[in-house]
Write a protein that binds this ligand. Structure first.
Ligand code: URP
Ligand code: ZN
Ligand code: ZN
Length: 465
């Protein structure tokens, strides 16, 4: 047998178990897994390393319209550079129409932005913010057919939040077309009530972002989203779950038979609302929604990660520069938290944080790590050739050095943001080589080659994980 590449002697994490073996690669696919393979153009010595499926980050925001004068810190080039340096081989960003743009036109424009610029593979979720007959009756079905088989609806953010009736109408399309609905569950009216009061009382610093989005705001919306999905008879994903009470709603829904998938993110096991209270305007670096909570909530989220409640661990990478009027320092942002763009960067640090905090500290196994960072993302969102080290799959593989110790430092990162919320956070275990469809795209923290990622049209969501 002639192979293009052999990865020699890694501990290989497969859905069937963890075993030390060689991985054979030909034409960008995994073609052999065996104790010893011979005869390849390239042999990568991976002894002492762990071979994992390339990370799939199914929740990132790239070049997303963010309001007048506000600009996201990453385009497809920088976001995917950061992604591969953080051990990812596929990311799923959200396509949001500009004001007055149709969903179909937005997707075409998004493809143009991505084309030729991606260092890993990408596939777009849609954001449904309008429910007119053309969007629901024509654009959405056509786009689902073209492989955009998942979409997000918002219960918060002015201009994005849908009413319950509108969410049900969107869910009905998902049911008819076999797509998966993702829900951002926070109650916009409740937030607005609390925000108005905070501003009247002169409570306008970044920390009041967290205080005006308390746990009941998320808990109530989580319960309502699941109830709406039960009424529409569809599965759904609750994205970026931040606390134990929202997770309890998910557990209760599942006990009733609701088909609920759950996602959480690094910020909900490592940051707290106190970070938004940092001196000066520093707290703005941590403004995201839902906000980071308490260390008790870290415990509840960890229990969900170790106990199997969370299928997905994503970054919710949503980068804005800090020292920039087009970013966190937007006009009026120092006058009221309302004007601070929501979101934090994290696509490059998601996997090292979970590896270090989860695997190295003994909370989760290598297999659970692979499941919640890659395999489940592929299955749930219809990436049929990705997410597992198995013969026949794309050779999307990441080699990890489990002993490499280094703190997270902004100066080492590749994203377009000018800060990381995890500056100085100690990590044990880093990805040292990222392989996309058989080609090395990152080695020892440096980018290799030119962008060779492409857009992946997805199949039907696998909703029986
Ligand atoms: O603050 C956040 N998470 N911004 C990104 C948009 C979203 O809601 O996911
Ligand atoms: Zn969201
Ligand atoms: Zn998000």
């Amino acid at each position: 047998m002639t192979l293009a590449t052999i990865i020699r002697g890694a501990r290989v994490v497969t859905p069937a178990g963890v075993t030390t073996c060689d991985i054979g690669i030909e034409d960008g696919k995994i073609t052999a897994l065996a104790a010893r393979l011979e005869g390849a153009g390239e042999v990568i010595d991976a002894s002492g390393l762990i071979a994992m499926p390339g990370g799939i980050d199914s929740h990132v925001h790239i070049s997303q319209p963010s309001g007048p004068g506000i600009e996201m810190a990453d385009d497809f080039g920088s976001a995917t550079a950061a992604a591969v340096c953080g051990g990812n081989t596929t990311v799923l960003p959200f396509c949001l129409p500009e004001e007055g743009q149709t969903l179909r036109a937005a997707v075409a424009a998004y493809h143009d932005k991505a084309r030729g610029n991606c260092r890993c593979d990408v596939s777009f979720h849609l954001i449904v913010k309008q429910t007119d007959p053309v969007t629901l009756g024509q654009d959405l079905p056509a786009l689902i057919n073209a492989g955009h088989t998942s979409f997000k609806v918002f219960m918060t953010y002015q201009g994005l939040a849908l009413s319950d009736r509108e969410i049900l109408d969107v869910m009905a399309v998902a049911r008819e077309q076999g797509a998966l609905v993702m829900v951002h569950a926070e109650n916009e009216d409740a937030i607005e009530f609390l925000r108005d009061k905070a501003e009247r009382d002169g409570n306008t610093g970044p920390q009041f972002h967290a205080r005006t989005r308390p746990v009941p705001v998320e808990r109530e919306a989580t319960h309502r989203a699941i109830s709406l999905a039960e009424i529409a008879d569809v599965p759904l994903t609750i994205v970026h779950v931040s606390n134990g009470e929202a997770l309890a709603e998910i557990r209760r829904g599942r006990q009733r038979g609701a088909r609920v998938f759950a996602e959480t993110c690094p910020q909900y096991i490592t940051l707290t609302a106190d970070d938004l209270d940092r001196a000066g305007f520093e707290g703005a670096k941590y403004v995201c929604s839902p906000p980071p909570r308490t260390t008790d909530d870290w415990g509840a989220i960890w229990a969900g990660i170790t106990g199997g409640d969370f299928e997905l661990f994503s970054s919710d990478h949503c980068p804005f520069r800090f020292a920039d009027p087009a970013g966190k320092d937007a006009p009026g942002a120092r006058n009221t938290f309302r004007n601070i763009p929501n979101g934090i960067p994290g696509v490059e640090t998601r996997l090292p944080i979970l590896f270090s905090e989860g695997v190295i500290k003994g909370h989760i196994s290598l297999q659970r790590f692979a499941a919640i960072t890659a395999t489940n993302h592929a299955r749930l969102y219809g990436l049929t050739t990705k997410g597992a080290i198995m013969v026949g799959m794309d050779a999307d593989i990441v080699l990890w050095d489990p002993e490499l110790k280094r703190p997270i430092r902004q100066k080492d990162l590749h994203h377009g943001a000018d800060y990381t919320p995890w500056e100085g956070f100690e990590i044990t275990g880093w990805p040292v080589r990222t392989i996309l469809r058989g080609q090395t795209v990152m080695q020892d923290g440096a980018l290799v080659g030119t962008p060779r990622g492409g857009h992946i049209a997805r199949g039907a969501p696998e909703v029986t994980l």
